[in-house]
Design a protein around this ligand. Structure first.
Ligand SMILES: *[C@@H]1O[C@H](CO)[C@@H](O)[C@H](O)[C@H]1NC(C)=O
Ligand SMILES: *[C@@H]1O[C@H](CO)[C@@H](O)[C@H](O)[C@H]1NC(C)=O
Ligand SMILES: *[C@@H]1O[C@H](CO)[C@@H](O)[C@H](O)[C@H]1NC(C)=O
Ligand SMILES: *[C@@H]1O[C@H](CO)[C@@H](O)[C@H](O)[C@H]1NC(C)=O
Ligand SMILES: *[C@@H]1O[C@H](CO)[C@@H](O)[C@H](O)[C@H]1NC(C)=O
Length: 641
């Protein structure tokens, strides 16, 4: 009558049926459940050791999403809303510390109001107007930006290194009608003033203006009321918030649209890395890049924390500043960390209070050295793009990967790695025209489906380039994926590694260099017939340094001085070709792209080619022949690039 269930029926004395537990059975079941659980845990540890961190991170993301939704219901939807919320909540809290100034949230609130009032009354700026901002890191970068946000203007950040012709192109391509410049950039603005004509008014962030061509912003500010700009612009999550110039992975620099959604999601960065409102965050990266403006300042606003802003990164001042301002969190890019570990030791590098470094592009070798020298600092390595919302954050204790491809991660942010053709870097299509996923351990192109959360708003005035970033009919007819142009690799533990950036740009000193742009500039010189620009790796350096294969015009010689002078006038230094390879002809039997790949592979290896190689010596302002000893001095760091 006993069966092997936990409960069984017996008849009591009165004859009615009652349920009884079988104590022995229960013990048995419990022990086996326990054993099973233990086995499961063991199994999970062995085959899925990151289950808990993955899950915890996922739940954190979910919590953030909930919080965001709750805030949105209170009407806090945009970057600006988020700032205004903190300014109401903690007006007296220091927001920006810059040199000897301290601005509280309230100070920035008031000043940005005044600026909004100036632009509204004096320039009649209104919602939808586009304003180019060409400024160095300083508190007024943020005040002007937020002021313009109050009016509903879309701001376009312009790189301060940019020169002459590219500058004009930037202003025109985004359709800006007003330009705001730092006082220090005035002389360079003057150079292009004539070409701008009447299409643009130029404001200078200074108390005086050198001529009638410029309007002084600070002069006007003094008499302006702090009265709140009352008509908060109505906008939605898909409308455009910002333009950020990036060369992206193909072609010239373009104004990438950044939507409100992307901006507000970016603001969670420090929070997701584990920072709190008590942290003091050190930002040395340029604000015209997304990492400093959206992740950095935005991340700080989201927490209601204090930001120590530096005009320009200085490796020798870095730890001194951290100690002086009691910095607890720093934002980095890989190059910055490499500069730091290459610095002579200072006492401050061990006495600081920094507990977290968050950023991207840190290489494992540098990271190990970083921790060894600068103490116990938690590192959070991420990956993100200006144009799309796809991003990863490294939240485990593994060295090297940029993120994880866990089941949970893919739930919140789907992506795929696609097989590609190593010659063309295009995704491989099967007979039926579909793409295929890579296998574990094989590098593939990172693509992400376009969804409500992953928007791509395209580049301003550049439909062709916008379309080139999209892949259609990837796994089924009609699907659309954003092509990041980055090669990533997935290992058998589910870690993602950055492998390379493809396309006709390369990364150097934290910037993207457009090879098309540099080739065109070189082509303007009378002695150059053809130029093929690419990036090559050098041991001990992050990214790739610029190199150009050049064919000289008949009966012409290389004039290094002339080339140098031309570069100084036209291009920022990080884009310069530091190495030249003089060829008698660009190989015609191969396609342009194939030849480029071969050149890149041969790089600076001196013995593979008979072609003369040159190196740009900035002291001599000339290109000099590249010898083996010169090459060794560059690799050993004796000559700094
Ligand atoms: C959001 O704003 C954009 C323009 O800024 C507009 O094209 C779009 O239709 C709007 N969407 C909704 C849902 O209102
Ligand atoms: C470089 O290009 C990538 C891909 O287009 C972009 O997401 C990133 O923001 C760019 N970086 C800079 C510093 O412009
Ligand atoms: C620096 O920050 C730490 C940690 O937040 C705090 O305990 C300490 O009191 C601060 N020191 C100063 C001088 O502000
Ligand atoms: C990932 O995060 C862990 C934990 O903070 C860190 O030890 C590791 O260096 C990080 N990886 C990279 C590439 O930064
Ligand atoms: C190189 O160009 C400069 C002008 O920029 C000129 O003065 C100089 O004579 C040229 N040198 C040679 C060797 O042709």
């Amino acid at each position: 009558m006993r069966d092997s269930s936990l409960l069984f029926k017996v008849r009591d004395q009165s004859g009615s049926e009652v349920w009884c537990f079988d104590a022995e059975m229960i013990t048995l079941v419990f022990t086996s459940v326990l054993a099973g659980l233990l086995a499961l845990l063991l199994y999970q540890r062995m085959s899925y050791p990151f289950f808990w961190v993955d899950l915890i991170y996922y739940l954190k993301l979910r919590r953030y999403k909930k919080k965001l939704q709750a805030r949105m219901q209170q009407g806090i939807m945009t970057y600006l809303d988020c700032f205004l919320y903190q300014a109401r909540k903690k007006p007296q809290k220091p927001f920006i510390v810059f040199e000897n100034q301290i601005l509280t949230y309230q100070d920035v609130d008031k000043r940005s109001n005044q600026i909004a009032n100036v632009f509204r009354t004096e320039a009649s700026l209104k919602q939808g107007d586009i304003v180019a901002l060409w400024m160095f890191n300083e508190p007024d970068f943020i005040c002007v930006w937020l002021g313009l946000c109050r009016l509903g203007c879309e701001v376009a950040f312009v790189n301060v290194n940019i020169k002459a012709k590219s500058l004009l192109h930037c202003f025109q391509s985004c359709g800006a009608k007003v330009l705001v410049v730092s006082a220090e950039l005035l002389h360079r603005a003057e150079e292009v003033l004539a070409d701008l004509g009447d299409s643009m008014t130029v404001w200078v962030v200074d108390h005086t203006s050198p001529s009638d061509d410029f309007i002084s912003l600070l002069d006007k500010l003094e008499h302006m009321t702090e009265e709140t700009v009352i008509n908060p612009p109505n906008m939605n999550m898909t409308s455009n918030f910002l333009f950020i110039f990036t060369s992206g992975t193909t072609g010239h620099s373009k104004a990438a649209r950044v939507g409100h959604l992307k901006a507000i999601v970016s603001m969670a960065f420090f929070h997701m890395c584990g920072a709190t409102s008590d942290d003091i965050i050190y930002i040395t990266l340029p604000l015209y890049h997304m990492s400093a403006s959206l992740l950095g300042i935005g991340g700080c606003i989201h927490l209601g924390a204090t930001c120590v802003l530096k005009k320009k990164f200085s490796a020798s001042q870095f730890w001194k500043d951290c100690v002086k301002h009691n910095v607890t969190v720093v934002q980095y890019i890989g190059e910055l960390c490499r500069y730091l570990v290459n610095q002579p030791t200072v006492p401050e590098e061990r006495t600081h209070n920094v507990h977290l470094a968050a950023g991207s592009g840190l290489r494992p070798d540098v990271w190990k050295e970083f921790i060894k020298r600068f103490g116990k600092i938690k590192i959070r390595e991420g990956y993100g793009l200006t144009e799309a919302s796809i991003g990863f954050l490294n939240y485990t204790d593994e060295i090297g990967p940029i993120g994880r491809a866990s089941y949970f991660n893919k739930l919140s942010m789907p992506f795929e790695l696609l097989r590609y053709d190593p010659q063309t870097y295009e995704p491989v299509r099967t007979d039926t025209g579909r793409c295929t996923r890579t296998q574990i351990g094989e590098a593939g192109i990172l693509v992400a489906p376009l969804t409500a959360m992953n928007q791509f708003l395209g580049y301003a005035g550049n439909k062709v380039q916008s379309e080139r970033k999209l892949l259609r009919d990837v796994f089924k007819a009609g699907d659309i994926y954003f092509n990041t142009g980055d090669l990533l690799l997935l290992d058998n533990k589910g870690f993602l590694y950055f492998s390379d950036r493809i396309g006709d740009t390369f990364r150097w000193k934290g910037e993207n260099v457009s090879t098309t742009e540099v080739s065109e500039v070189l082509g303007l010189l009378d002695f150059i017939q053809e130029a093929n620009v690419y990036g090559v790796t050098i041991p001990g350096y992050e990214g790739r340094v610029g190199m150009a294969a050049i064919v000289l015009r008949r009966d012409n010689q290389l004039n290094g001085t002339k080339l140098y002078n031309h570069l100084v006038k036209t291009l920022p230094a990080y884009t310069w070709p530091w190495f030249l390879r003089i060829q008698s002809s660009l190989d015609v039997t191969e396609t342009f792209k194939q030849q480029k790949i071969k050149l890149v592979q041969e790089g600076l290896t001196l013995h593979v080619t008979q072609d003369p190689l040159y190196f740009l010596d900035v002291n001599q302002k000339d290109y000099i022949p590249l010898t083996l000893s010169l090459y060794n001095d560059i690799v050993s760091g004796k000559i700094n690039l």
